[in-house]
Write a protein that binds this ligand. Structure first.
Ligand code: SF4
Ligand code: SF4
Ligand code: SF4
Length: 208
C-alpha cells in the first residue's frame, strides 16, 4: 500500500515542561488521519453511527481510555471520533455502548465485542524501527490481545522499493482476519512522530 495514500498527520504539538535545570520539550504523538472513519463496536456501520449520533457527548465522558473525543471535522462536528494516542479500546470495556441513548452505538457485551471487527491494522514499513533502522521492537505483537500480529524475518517478506535495514530482523505481519481494530498496536508503537502501524475503519462492522 502506498504511504502517501495512508495516514497523513496533524502537526505535532510540542509542549514544554518545567524540570530541574530548565524546560524540557514533551512531544505528543501525531494524531493519525484515517482514510475510513473508525466507530465504536456496536455502531453497526459508519452510516448508522453518523445518522443517529446527536453528539451528546455521553460516550466521550465515560471512555476510561480517552479513545473517544469530539470530532473537529465539519462533516461530523462534535460527534465522537476514535484515536489511540492516549489509550486503546480494550475488548472488555463496553461503557460507550451502555450509555448511548440513541442507538448510534447499540448495546454489546464484552463477549460480543471481542468478535466485532471495527477496523484492521495497517503496517507502514518505512516508519517501523526494525525495518528502517534494524533495531528490535515487536511492541505491536506483544500488546495485541488477539494474537493477530506475528513477527517474521524481514528477509522472508517481499518488499517493493528500498529493502529492510537488516533482512534477519523481525518485522510485524498482520492477520487481518484476527484483527478487531482495538488500536493497542497503534498505541504502543514507539515510532515517532507517528505510529508505524495504524487502524483503518470498516464501513460496516465485521465486513472488510
Ligand atoms: S452517546 Fe451516542 S448519541 Fe451521544 S455522542 Fe456518543 S454515540 Fe453520539
Ligand atoms: S488493532 Fe492491532 S492490537 Fe488490536 S487486534 Fe488488530 S492487530 Fe491486534
Ligand atoms: S511496534 Fe511499531 S516500530 Fe515496533 S515492530 Fe511494531 S510497527 Fe514496528
Amino acid at each position: 500500500m502506498m504511504i502517501g495514500a495512508l495516514a497523513l498527520a496533524l502537526p505535532m504539538e510540542a509542549l514544554a515542561q518545567k524540570a530541574e535545570g530548565g524546560l524540557v520539550p514533551i512531544h505528543i504523538r501525531e494524531q493519525t488521519r484515517r482514510n475510513l472513519p473508525l466507530v465504536p463496536a456496536g455502531s453497526l456501520s459508519v452510516d448508522n453511527f453518523i445518522t443517529r449520533c446527536t453528539a451528546c457527548g455521553l460516550c466521550i465522558s465515560k471512555c476510561p481510555e480517552n479513545v473517544l473525543r469530539p470530532s473537529t471535522s465539519l462533516a461530523s462536528l462534535l460527534q465522537p471520533t476514535m484515536s489511540f494516542e492516549r489509550g486503546w479500546c480494550r475488548p472488555e470495556c463496553t461503557l460507550c455502548s451502555e450509555v448511548c441513548p440513541t442507538g448510534a452505538i447499540t448495546r454489546v457485551t464484552p463477549e460480543q465485542k471481542t468478535a466485532i471487527r471495527i477496523g484492521h491494522a495497517v503496517w507502514m514499513k518505512d516508519f517501523c524501527l526494525p525495518y528502517s533502522e534494524g533495531t528490535d521492537c515487536g511492541n505491536c505483537a506483544r500488546h495485541c490481545p488477539g494474537a493477530a500480529i506475528k513477527m517474521v524475518r524481514a528477509g522472508d517478506l517481499e518488499f517493493t522499493g528500498k529493502g529492510p535495514a537488516d533482512p534477519m530482523i523481525r518485522v510485524p505481519l498482520i492477520d487481518e482476519n484476527r484483527c478487531i481494530g482495538c488500536g493497542a498496536c497503534e498505541h504502543y508503537c514507539p515510532s515517532e512522530p507517528m505510529a508505524a502501524i495504524y487502524i483503518e475503519g470498516h464501513p460496516r462492522q465485521n465486513e472488510h
